[in-house]
Design a protein around this ligand. Structure first.
Ligand code: QAP
Ligand code: CO
Length: 178
């Protein structure tokens, strides 16, 4: 199956607001599967459709150690969040950079499954943080938006410079431990 191309900050397409999904069909299943494959291949724990230039409210996540617990969340929304924590984050769209941001350690959320069935669930720890990070993507927001403008601009310049040299950013560190 085909891998999808991940957009890199500061690509303006990462600032788009994703549209709500209303059609649940085989094309949507295929998109979910391709996003999971792309995420696994990049050693990620989460990926939002916006990151592969698809303006739909779909995110995929797997925070399991065994890398065999895929989650597909459609039209996800947070309905309750408690317990602020600091989280060291990275992002497949900001390769090679990691910063501390503030998140909630516990959330209650709502989402549709791949068949369009709406449900609510709760999450804590890394999964809760990952859901918050990915929902931000659907609203055009990146983790670097929580750090200083100076740091953010430096990161943007470094990524652009590496790209202009045709280099890929080193990816041996991952911004989480599972
Ligand atoms: C979001 O991020 C996240 O720079 C998902 O070299 C991150 O999958 C949620 C990655 C941290 C919670 C905590 C980034 C892999 C993957 C890199 C990712 C890299 C290799 C990031
Ligand atoms: Co991200």
């Amino acid at each position: 199956m085909a891998l999808l191309e991940i957009l890199h900050y500061p690509d303006p397409r990462l600032r788009q607001i994703a549209d709500k999904i209303t059609v649940f069909n085989d094309d949507l299943r295929k998109l979910g599967d391709q996003m999971l494959e792309t995420m696994y291949q990049s050693k990620g724990i989460g990926l939002a459709a916006i990151q592969v230039n698809i303006k739909k409210r779909l995110i995929v996540i797997d925070v399991s150690e065994t890398r065999d617990k895929p989650l597909i969340l459609i039209n996800p929304d947070i309905i309750k969040k408690i317990d602020k924590v600091q989280s060291e984050e990275g992002c497949l769209s900001v390769p090679g950079f990691y910063e501390q941001v503030e998140r909630y350690n516990y959330i209650k959320y709502e989402a549709s499954d791949i068949d369009g069935q709406l449900y609510t669930n709760e999450a804590e720890g890394l999964l809760a943080i990952c859901i918050q990070h990915e929902i931000d993507h659907l609203n055009g927001k990146l983790f670097v938006d929580y750090i200083s403008e100076l740091k953010r601009e430096r990161i943007a310049k470094k990524i652009e410079k590496l790209k202009s040299q045709g280099k890929t950013v080193k990816r041996d560190k991952v911004p989480y431990s599972i």
